[in-house]
Design a protein around this ligand. Structure first.
Ligand code: ADP
Ligand code: NG1
Length: 488
């Protein structure tokens, strides 16, 4: 499977899920989604689409800087049941989880997403609009918008760095594409879902959508950008990966102006300043979007890193210093999107440019070392070293960790993991650890005791929810459309 292939259409759950998960909950889960659909809309759905969450093994906060990342899809996913409703002419959206209230929209794809509302259906509208944006952009004939009935069900923990938002956005995009009788390639869907998820307010890179659409059972993927492409990475057979949620929730859209989008802005400012210092004229420099373009300009990663060390200073730059360095026009251009304007209006401390840049360049290097080590089948201990290095860089240079994540990473290492790091955007959410396969049970037990038992006792997490809080995971398959599936 690759960027030119279409999303798989399957007619049985066995083609996606393993026997144990079907037996214990997945078959029943699909029946529940179907029943919720029948209850809400009075008939069975025409089809289901599903798209998984992901764990990023290495390469954090560098996808939006143009650098390759190395995630794998996980077994937790989002299911969307869908039917055309020609008579309603509206987009009706419900959820199996009562916490997520239903909402009905007009069917015009031109409508804005109300990012400030932070309503969960924003991600549904992102996926919906993305299908029509893509048709428009690629000059393909666009069907007239029709009414759609939708029910969503998700098992990816939200705000946890396992990309529940992209699983939702991608599952909706695939479901809408199918319901409208369209067929795009996986590469096309990965590309437009990356763009349309930005309607939710975060200026994300394309990692999550790419792996959610193009993930495959048994392999992690090295994902490259501009254009998006993926290469299989065979993980060492003698190693396993464990995910642990540190229980600090980090809702990306809510905090974007002071966290995620601020980092995106800091990297762009650093890239423009470096471009100018390296001899670009003002017009050329103002067009620079990513730190990768600076590497391309100077010819190597080591030269780019040396340039950053020479031309950027430690600590914060305030707005006046940046205006003096790059000019008012370029400064305003960086903040031209509504999301970036929010960053500017909330920023009090200033912008840290050297530390962010050094994280990006060193992390990009670690991704390739990790991929090469997998290809050469080296001892997984080496992978652990790269993962530990990544966490340290995220913690100290990118400042996207938090006390709970650091404690969990330490707990993994103390329990015998070969390495551990935060995964996803950070500031809360999950850590991922690499462990020797024969140590999985002992690491799970030790981390349960050292990190979780006191939190269970304090009521921060119920023992019933531990299966999606601390678990070993294998590379799983990407998005699929399910037609004519039997739940018996
Ligand atoms: P993550 O790291 O999980 O992607 P985000 O904060 O980016 O975290 O996105 C989480 C948000 O995505 C939730 O607050 C909710 O609005 C939406 N979301 C994700 N999955 C679901 C779902 N199954 N049902 C409803 N909303 C969901
Ligand atoms: P999370 O918050 O884990 O879904 C986000 C971005 C990614 C990437 C990582 C950090 C979205 C949808 N995803 O992931 O593109 O930049 O942070 O590596 O915003």
């Amino acid at each position: 499977m690759g960027t030119d292939d279409e999303v798989r259409v399957v007619s049985s759950l066995e083609e996606i899920y393993d026997a144990a998960s079907l037996e214990t909950h997945t078959r029943a889960r699909y029946a529940t989604v179907r029943d919720a659909f029948v209850k809400a809309y009075g008939r069975e759905p025409d089809a289901f689409a599903r798209s998984p969450g992901r764990v990023n093994l290495i390469g954090e906060h560098i996808d939006y800087e143009g650098y390759s990342v190395l995630p794998m899809a996980i077994g937790l996913d989002t299911i969307v049941a869908i039917s055309v409703n020609a008579s309603s002419g509206k987009i009706a959206v419900g959820n199996t989880n009562e916490k997520y209230t239903p909402k009905t929209f007009e069917s015009s794809p031109e409508q804005d997403v109300d990012a400030a509302s932070l309503h969960w259906t924003n991600y549904v509208m992102c996926g919906y609009k993305g299908v029509f944006d893509f048709l428009k952009e690629s000059d393909k004939a666009s069907p007239a918008p029709v009414g759609l009935d939708i029910i969503v069900d998700g098992t990816v923990p939200t705000g946890s760095g396992l990309s529940s938002s992209s699983a939702l956005c991608c599952a909706v995009a695939v479901a809408v594409m199918h319901a409208l009788g369209l067929n795009f390639t996986q590469g096309e869907i990965a590309d437009f879902t990356c763009k349309c998820e930005r309607y939710s307010g975060t200026q994300s890179g394309g990692m999550d959508q790419a792996i959610s659409i193009m993930g495959e059972a048994g392999v992690a993927k090295l994902v490259d950008f501009n254009p998006i492409s993926t290469n299989d990475v065979n993980l060492p057979e003698e190693a396993a990966f464990i995910i642990g949620n540190c229980l600090a929730v980090s809702n990306k859209a809510e905090t974007a102006h002071e966290r995620y989008n601020l980092r995106v802005v800091e990297c762009r400012l650093a890239a423009i300043i470096l471009g100018l210092k390296l001899g670009m004229n003002a017009e050329e420099a103002s067009k620079i979007e990513t730190l990768k373009e600076i590497e391309d300009f100077v010819g190597s990663m080591s030269a780019a890193k040396a340039a950053a060390e020479e031309h950027l200073h430690e600590g914060y730059y305030d707005a006046r210093e940046i205006e003096e360095l790059i000019g008012v026009e370029a400064f305003m251009d960086v903040f031209s999107s509504p999301a970036s304007k929010l960053v500017l209006s909330h920023n009090e401390k200033g912008y840290k440019l050297l530390a962010r840049t050094l994280h990006v360049y060193s992390e990009a290097g670690r991704v390739h070392l990790f991929a090469a080590a997998c290809a050469m089948k080296v001892d997984p201990t080496e992978l652990g070293v790269y993962m530990n290095g990544s966490h340290e860089s995220c913690r100290a240079l990118y400042e996207c960790s938090c006390a709970e994540l650091d404690e969990l990473v330490d707990a993994f290492r103390a329990a015998g993991a070969l390495g551990a790091r935060l995964t996803g955007a950070g500031w809360g959410g999950c850590a991922v650890a690499i462990v020797a396969k024969d140590a999985v049970e002992s690491v799970l037990k030790a981390v349960h005791e050292s990190f979780y038992s006191s939190r269970i006792a304090a009521g921060l997490i119920s023992a019933d929810n531990m299966a999606t809080t601390l678990f070993a995971t294998l590379p799983s398959s990407g998005a699929a459309i399910l037609k004519g599936v039997s739940f018996a």
